[in-house]
Design a protein around this ligand. Structure first.
Ligand code: ADP
Length: 316
């Protein structure tokens, strides 16, 4: 079942076209990623989905409704970047306040425990670590017991361990049956978490596929390096259709090729009773796909603490 449908979305800010033409659908139970360089139009797209901005053209439906439908406030949990809670507000106060926004909130104490904030209820927002602030912002996005969670740049500014912990949490949320729309510019995050991805560049969808599909679509060269256990005739390898070239680096061989290169080369080696010591495989990554699609390398934003947006506050 389709949970989010975006069709030919367009949004301008004055003379800046932030979103030119974006279409995609998100199915129930998916973790769907929106990936793209800074300024690509990702946040504007999710703000239109969250009902915080009104598109100039195209259409957006969430659970079959207009994003401005009041019912959706309850069904969609939104965590947007660059929104902050008052410094002096405690975790308990924030959870109580947000609970009051919803007709049928989850038990916030249980949610806080589940997100590892059970011991932090009395702590003021300003005193939380980056990871704890993120956990709180996730808690606030989930407090209304939503069917859909929209998470924007969730792990920006977190250290690698806190980022990995957050990935675990996102998977737990999906396992509870929540459909997740995730904006990210971290390739590793997209590759690890997302079932499907839309790569957005300059306000349009440059590609839409599974992470593996995006990488496979590249047909880039792969590289194997190994030390053969005995000398080997290059011709054995260069005669393989998968092999483009073979180079020697001292006793080490470098084999460049395409397709199922690893299988082709190791089969020939096995037939000739050669062992490949120190075998290393360098394959294309989502990062390569991203660079190919957008012409940009992965960029990092300035780090900003994030918290859940006040669901009662619209932008435009
Ligand atoms: P992303 O999330 O991919 O970084 P955004 O949707 O934030 O992209 O921005 C897309 C483009 O729209 C950028 O050029 C950005 O500078 C511009 N933009 C975003 N928000 C506003 C705004 N409120 N007013 C004017 N321009 C904006």
């Amino acid at each position: 079942m389709t949970v989010i449908e975006v069709k030919n979305l367009r949004k301008r800010y004055g003379s800046t076209v932030a979103v030119r033409d974006v279409s995609f659908t998100v199915e129930r139970g998916e973790i769907f990623g929106i990936l793209g360089p800074n300024g690509a139009g990702k946040t504007t797209t999710v703000e239109c989905i969250a009902g915080l901005r009104t598109p100039d053209a195209g259409s957006v439906t969430v659970l079959g409704r207009s994003p401005h439908d009041h019912e959706l406030r309850r069904l969609v949990g939104v965590q947007l970047q660059e929104s902050q809670l008052p410094e002096k507000m405690s975790v308990r106060e924030a959870l109580e306040l947000y609970s009051a926004f919803y007709p049928d909130p989850v038990d916030w104490r249980a949610l806080a425990r589940e997100l590892g904030l059970g011991e932090k209820l009395g702590t003021r927002y300003a005193k939380l670590s980056g990871g704890q602030k993120q956990r709180l912002s996730i808690a606030l996005a989930l407090i209304g017991d939503p069917e859909v969670a929209v998470l924007d740049e969730l792990t920006t500014g977190l250290d690698p361990q806190a980022r990995r912990d957050t990935w675990g949490l996102i998977e737990q949320i999906r396992d509870r049956g929540v459909t997740i729309l995730l904006v990210t510019h971290f390739m590793e995050e997209a590759e690890r978490l997302c079932d499907r991805l839309a790569v957005i560049d300059a306000g349009a969808v440059a590609a839409l596929d599974t992470p593996t599909g995006l990488i496979a679509g590249l047909e880039t060269e792969q590289r194997l390096r190994f030390r053969p256990s005995k000398p080997l005739d290059d011709g054995l390898l260069t005669s393989l259709p998968e092999v483009l070239r073979v180079k020697h680096h001292g006793g080490q061989l470098e084999v460049v090729g395409t397709g199922n290169l690893l299988h082709a080369v190791t089969s020939v080696l096995a037939t000739n009773q050669i062992i490949a010591a120190e075998l290393r495989v360098e394959q294309a990554t989502l990062d390569d796909a991203f660079v190919r699609l957008t012409g940009h390398s992965e960029e990092t934003r300035p780090t900003t603490p994030t918290a859940a947006a006040d669901p009662n506050e619209g932008l435009s």
